[in-house]
Each structure stands twice: as C-alpha cells, then as structure tokens.
Design a protein. Structure first.
Length: 255
C-alpha cells in the first residue's frame, strides 16, 4: 500500500465510505471504535502525524465534535458558553459537573485536529475540516494560524443544496484542493422566508424532534450523500492522491 486517506472524528464515516468506493485505502479514527480509534490519545495522534510527515497519508478529513462549539450553546442564562475573552469555556463551566467534561473533551478534540491540520500543511497533504460555519472552532487560538494560512480556503455550503431537507450552513476549511472542486463546495441557498431555492420547499428547522422522537439536530449529523461525495472528490483528486494504490480494504485507526 502506497498510502491511505485518514477520516478523523469520522462518525458514520460518510466521506470515508465514498473514498473507499472510489478505490481508496481508508483509516478511520472514531471513539466508537474503541481506544484505538481515539485520536486524542497521544500514541494514536503521534502515529497519524508521523505518517503524514512520512508521506503515507494522501488526504485527511477532519470532523471535530461541535457539541460545545455551536453558537446555539451561547444561549444560556449564565452567559455564553464561549466568548472572545473565554474561547476555551466560560468561568461558570468549571462549577458545572455536567458541562465541564463536555467542554474539556471538545477542547481536546479541537487541539488534536489543529495539530493534524498543521502537520498536513507542513507536509503538503490535502485536508478538509468540517464544522458549522458559525462554530467557535474557527475562533480558537490553536486554529488561528490554520484558518488564516494563505493556502487554506474557507468554503461555505448550505446542505439543502446537496439534497438535505434542512439548510444547515456548514464551513469547510480546505487545503490542497483545486479551484474547480472548491467551487463545487462553496454553494449557498438563495431562498428567502425559509424556502429552499433548489427545491422550492420549506427548510426543516433543526429544532425539537421528528415524528419518531429523534432530535432534528441528531438527524442532521450525517451529511447528505452528494456532499460526502463532493468532499471525497476533493481529497481523491488532490495532488498526492496520484500516488494512490488501488484497494478496497477499510482500515480502522489501529494497525
């Protein structure tokens, strides 16, 4: 095997699966796979960064958890969860036994993802980072040099333009992606009054639950197929992907 794609904080791995179907070798890091899938673990993180620097990684998809990064989290009677003066978490978080571990976990994931992105830039390995466009992730100190780097591009897409019934404005920070593919990601809905410009239907609001009692926000965690395919194409067509050894094996983070 000449190289592999890394799908980090993969969740259901929609992008990793599309890369696999296109003939790529894919290593997945996701906590649900057990300790070996936890990229915050120092050993796992060091291994991936070593592979990036050694030229073994063809492209990286990063989807850091946004649970505590969302702007909606700032609607709290105690004050905003994150702010310009307290980007890592408000002072009141320290006295909240339920929120503190969530914020700490979110911060740890954000730091690990930033380290991976910086390693990719140094090694000229293409990557795409996904989070809500208004996410606090983009404003964290550890991400400042990545977001402002002259070779990274922030694309903004509305998921309804890729087949989702909700708008869900999403930020996609890209590195090593050609201009043609960037244009395919940077697509926004021009509809007004909650109506989608692509379908003419009203957007589903990600508030409350659906008919099955499942939170709409949870329903919207998975990408629409067209968006996952578009992101996979960006990584597959990157300059280092020319070295890809054709394979149909799906790997977890462990070897």
């Amino acid at each position: 095997m000449k190289g592999y794609f890394a799908d980090v904080f993969a969740g259901l791995a929609p992008v990793g699966c599309r890369l696999l179907l296109q003939g790529g070798n894919v290593h997945i890091w996701e906590l649900g796979l057990g300790p070996q899938g936890d990229i915050v673990n120092r050993q796992n993180l060091r291994r991936l960064i070593f592979d990036i620097r050694a030229g073994r990684v063809l492209g990286v998809m990063l989807q850091p958890p946004c649970d505590t990064m969302s702007a909606i989290r700032n609607i709290d009677r105690r004050g905003p969860l994150r702010s310009q003066s307290h980007p890592w978490g408000a002072p009141w978080v320290a006295s909240d036994p339920k929120m503190l571990p969530k914020v700490k976990a979110g911060n740890a994931c954000a730091r690990a993802a930033a380290m991976i992105a910086k390693a990719c830039i140094s090694a000229s390995v293409p990557f795409v980072v996904e989070n809500p466009r208004a996410s606090w992730l983009w404003k964290l100190p550890c991400w400042a040099s990545v977001v402002s780097h002259p070779s990274t591009t922030m694309c903004c897409c509305d998921q309804c333009m890729f087949g989702a019934p909700w708008r869900k404005r999403t930020g996609l920070l890209c590195f090593g992606v050609d201009a043609e593919n960037l244009l395919k990601l940077d697509v926004r809905c021009s509809g007004t009054r909650g109506v989608c410009s692509k379908t003419g239907r009203e957007h589903i609001l990600l508030i409350g639950t659906d008919g099955s009692g499942v939170c709409w926000t949870r329903r919207a965690q998975s990408y629409p197929l067209r968006l996952a395919t578009a992101i996979a194409n960006c990584l597959m067509e990157g300059p280092r992907a020319k070295l890809l050894a054709r394979s149909t094996k799906l790997y977890s983070g462990a070897r």
